[in-house]
Write a protein that binds this ligand. Structure first.
Ligand code: SAH
Length: 236
């Protein structure tokens, strides 16, 4: 079957590199989002900026599934580092993704567990994970930065506080924290579409004044998109 890869970035800066090399571009507006269909590195893709946060991200992934018939989904972008030893401009490729802010513990559910759902921790596709690791090995970045396979925790909160970082660690011990990945993973799980989340670290999720984020967001966003472009060589 011909592959068609939906590529979601929450923000414009996370898609710029991909958009600049998109061939045979066709634009469609739906639900306030612009979907760009075409090819990147010879691979059929649909590029879209979802907007920030879980609802925007889930809606976007659902539209990719229903209206554009994508066979795979890649979420590219930036995140706050959570795993010990992980630094700014290092990468995380998702093993799985969950919501750090899902809390129905009052009913006896575990933190992060979605009530009445059989799955709350959505597992990324092994072939896409392998494609990401392989692409990372082919970049110059692999000499100066590392890539960790690990859990992505998402929530509708920008994490820039040490105590909050520790709390999230104690709840679900993620490799990184951001605001969209698990919602995309959730939509992909329900639609039976393989997905992976690629995030380059923009900050340490404990900066207080978000200085590291502001300084690194452009670079981290571009590094992640560049990695996705390399991945598409092997995904197609
Ligand atoms: N700079 C933007 C707001 C960005 S919100 C503005 O001024 O409008 C942060 C974005 O980066 C989200 O898309 C989220 O997924 C990601 N992110 C990076 N670091 C994060 C952190 N420490 N906590 C939560 N999300 C983070």
């Amino acid at each position: 079957m011909q592959k068609k890869v939906g590529i979601i970035g929450a923000m414009e800066i996370e898609l710029n590199q991909l958009k600049s090399i998109l061939q045979d571009k066709k634009e469609t507006e739906t639900a306030g989002m612009t979907f760009f269909e075409g090819t990147v590195s010879g691979c059929p893709v649909v590029l879209v900026r979802s907007g920030i946060g879980k609802v925007n991200a889930a809606l976007c992934a659902q539209l990719l599934a229903l209206k554009f018939g994508v066979t795979h989904v890649i979420n590219t972008g930036i995140a706050g580092a959570m795993a010990h030893g992980l630094k700014v401009l290092d990468f995380v490729v998702s093993s799985d993704a969950l919501y750090h802010d899902m809390d129905a513990t009052g009913f006896g559910y575990k933190p992060t567990q979605i009530p009445q759902m059989e799955c709350s921790d959505f597992r990324a596709d092994p072939a896409l994970i392998e494609a990401a690791r392989n692409a990372f090995g082919r970049t110059g970045d692999s000499a100066s930065h590392k890539m960790l396979l690990g859990r992505v925790a998402s929530g509708d909160q920008f994490i820039s506080d040490r105590a909050l970082k520790e709390k999230i660690r104690s709840i679900c011990d993620p490799a990184c924290v951001e605001m969209e990945g698990a919602a995309i993973a959730h939509a992909c799980y329900l639609n039976k579409i393989p997905f992976v989340i690629i995030r380059c670290m923009s900050d340490m999720a404990d900066d207080g004044e978000e200085t590291s984020y502001t300084f690194n967001e452009q670079t981290a966003a571009a590094l992640s998109a560049t990695l996705v472009i390399k991945m598409l060589d092997t995904v197609k």
